[in-house]
Write a protein that binds this ligand. Structure first.
Ligand code: LLP
Length: 432
């Protein structure tokens, strides 16, 4: 489900007219739908209803405190990748005891902070890291709960930059040596072995890699339960969303799988596929969804500044740039683009490049795409921008971060004001 639809010829988020928000708060602006986020969380929770499970929302996808608070209210746990994300969860009223801490490069400060806050588990990515966690825990006089992330060497069939479960990726411990790693970790005095984790990649749109991975790793989880009494098996995140409805029957250029496998995976199919395998383990199953929860729950609004007709192309220049939404530049990511004013039969269509003001050739949101005509002054929405959108924004070209707005029914609330130039300059001015 998502809650962006035309009503009275104007694009709405739930019951709020997006043109009104663009006028009141300016552009670029991120707008999120609270009810879409709740709906996705509940659908996943329900789909896993047959097994003992926990949802660890991947904070990196969208870490705004108000978004986290909404998920705290739903009962979510959190998958974090930094001390900063743990701090966000705590500030949002979340329970550190329901947090798992992933990432290949945890620092001493982060490990100490997580131990002080008594997180549920470190998902460790190397034996070296576990040895260091053991040392830090020993100094603090505590025992650290640890799971290893196993790299199952499974092809996730997604873009190479977001594929993580192959042995050439930096993540996790190789499947072939993981049992030895557990044996050595079990001998460390300040470590409690609590689970096993994996995550094979992001934006997976077929079930087969998930099945391959759980079938390969579930027997290992069983063995580790017998040997070390581990209590959970986390299968990571990665469930993809539909970015481009036109692609449902086609395939993106980087797609390496079977064409028919590209039909988007629903959360119910995902659960129905993995649950029977996981049930046999008798372990608590954790999932770490990010994009599935928030991806289609957000849009980025931007306004057209100019139309520039070149000899080869027509450019529509908008007031958002790659610094605001970097996915097209970084992963060839597709975001559907729709005008806020509903196109009519008379609107017409032109093949255009929608580009931003940043001084880079890669600063585009689409190239040669047939879009309904919209004119300078008009606002448009880039859809499916709720995950890895604002969180990856930067100040490149000294551009302030966009405003973030959360819509809940007919209410719209600014949950992070637009960053001003004074905000950006404050710490540098202090150093002059
Ligand atoms: N767990 C771990 C250990 C992860 O590394 C990730 C994402 C997730 C869970 C959540 O994955 P999701 O359910 O969102 O697919 N910036 C990229 C995506 C990077 C994903 C990184 N890891 C993008 O915009 O496509």
């Amino acid at each position: 489900m998502h809650s962006f639809h035309y009503q009275n010829a104007s694009l709405h988020c739930e019951d709020v007219d997006l043109a009104t928000l663009a006028d009141a708060h300016g552009t670029p602006a991120y707008v999120y739908s609270a009810n879409t986020i709740r709906d996705h969380y509940r659908r996943l929770d329900q789909a896993l209803g047959d097994i003992d499970h926990g949802i660890e929302y991947a904070v990196k996808a969208n870490s705004n405190l108000s978004v986290l608070k909404l998920l705290v209210e739903e009962g979510s746990g959190f998958d974090i990748v930094s001390g900063g994300e743990l701090r966000r969860v705590i500030e949002a009223g979340g329970d550190a005891g329901k947090c798992t801490f992933a990432g290949v490069g945890k620092t001493r400060e982060e490990i100490e902070y997580a131990l002080r806050e008594q997180i549920y588990c470190f998902n460790a990515e190397s034996e070296e890291e576990v040895a260091f966690i053991n040392t830090v825990a020993g100094e603090m006089g505590v025992k650290a709960p640890v799971a290893f992330r196993v790299n199952p060497n499974v092809d996730a069939k997604t873009h190479k930059y977001i594929s993580t479960g192959k042995s050439e990726n930096k993540f996790g411990v190789d499947f072939e040596v993981i049992e030895d790693a557990y044996a050595r970790a079990a001998a460390l005095p300040n470590i409690t072995l609590r689970g096993l984790q994996m995550h094979i990649g992001s934006q997976l749109t077929s079930l087969q890699p998930f099945i391959e991975a759980v079938e390969k790793v579930a027997p290992l989880a069983n063995k580790l339960k017998e040997s070390y009494g581990i209590e959970f098996f986390s299968i990571g995140g990665g469930v993809g969303i539909v970015y481009d409805p036109a692609l449902e029957s086609g395939k993106p250029e980087w797609w390496s799988g079977q064409e028919e496998e590209h039909k988007p995976l629903t959360i119910e199919q995902y659960a129905a596929g993995v649950v029977p395998v996981l049930k046999k383990t008798g372990l608590k199953i954790l999932v770490e969804p990010g994009r599935y929860i928030v991806g289609n729950a957000g849009v980025m609004l931007t306004r057209c500044l100019y139309e520039k007709k070149g000899s080869a192309k027509t450019f529509r220049i908008v007031d958002a740039g790659m610094n605001d939404l970097i996915r097209p530049a970084l992963y060839e990511g597709h975001h559907d683009i729709v005008p806020l004013k509903e196109p009519g039969a008379e609107t017409g269509v032109t093949a255009v490049d929608v580009v931003g003001p940043v001084c880079e050739t890669g600063d585009f949101f689409c190239q040669n795409r047939e879009l309904p005509n919209f004119a300078p002054g008009e606002a448009i929405a880039l859809l499916s921008a709720g995950a890895y959108g604002f969180v990856m924004a930067s100040n490149y070209n000294s551009r302030g971060l966009p405003v973030e707005i959360l819509v809940d029914g007919s209410e719209a609330k600014v949950i992070r004001p637009r960053q001003t130039m004074d905000d950006i300059l404050a710490s540098e001015k202090a150093a002059l």
